[in-house]
Ligand binder design. Sequence first.
Ligand SMILES: NC(=O)c1ccc[n+]([C@@H]2O[C@H](COP(=O)([O-])OP(=O)(O)OC[C@H]3O[C@@H](n4cnc5c(N)ncnc54)[C@H](O)[C@@H]3O)[C@@H](O)[C@H]2O)c1
Length: 248
Amino acid sequence: MGALKGRVAIVTGAGRGIGKATALRLAREGIKVVAGDIDENAVMELQKEAEQEGLEILGLKMDVSSSEDVERVVSKTIERFGGIDILVNNAGICEEVEVENMTEKQWDRLMSINLKGTFLCSRAVIPYMKQKNYGKIVNLSSISAETGGVLSGAHYAASKAGIKAFTKKLSRELGPYNINVNSVAPGRILTEMIKPAGERNKKVEQELPLQRLGEPEEVAEVILFLVSKASDYLTGQCIHVNGGWYMN
Ligand SMILES: NC(=O)c1ccc[n+]([C@@H]2O[C@H](COP(=O)([O-])OP(=O)(O)OC[C@H]3O[C@@H](n4cnc5c(N)ncnc54)[C@H](O)[C@@H]3O)[C@@H](O)[C@H]2O)c1
């Protein structure tokens, strides 16, 4: 994947989990990575970790639900690296609450991070990608967009289904500019996000054809494929990374 060397990527929610694994995986291909996260300490730690490995990762505090934050991160990326080639809309939150007990505040908060955040970050990078007539955008959907989800509330499933549809429409808008837009739908991946499920995670393992939960690095490999030349003729698609749990 040598063609990726020198490209510039923004990965949101890169402080831990799938985002962190993705930032490191892309940086190991020679990509200059801006790692944004609401948890500033986490991305500053990641920046240090990367420096020790000789990788270029710039950690920046960022709340994806704030257009000011998003614009600031994009400006800093341009200032530091001179362009943007890749965006991974990974930041997201999940909570388990039934609709009957869900407050408006819970609905709005989750939607503004998961769905509006994906919109805000995409909107902010489009002019820079169009300038280059090149771009790769990868959005994190979820198996819950297909199944309704088990650990998550209906607001989470709706946000992830929204991301999938957003991906399809954006791929139509940006295809003429040689910008690919795809989504990845993980099943159950071993990160902090699924920790609250505790013992229930063990039960899921038995249902999976591959008989185990996924590692964040295994999702990062698929994201790498989607930002590489190997997927140049792929756009508007959703790739399921779920150990065979749900088959499309
Ligand atoms: N882990 C899974 O099983 C799974 C399954 C399906 C989809 N996903 C999706 O993959 C993505 C990453 O999930 P994960 O498991 O690594 O989660 P995680 O909770 O381990 O990490 C999420 C990261 O996003 C950051 N974040 C939260 N709110 C933010 C905001 N407003 N602005 C910027 N950063 C913010 C957090 O600080 C954290 O570092 C999410 O979009 C999630 O919905 C995960």
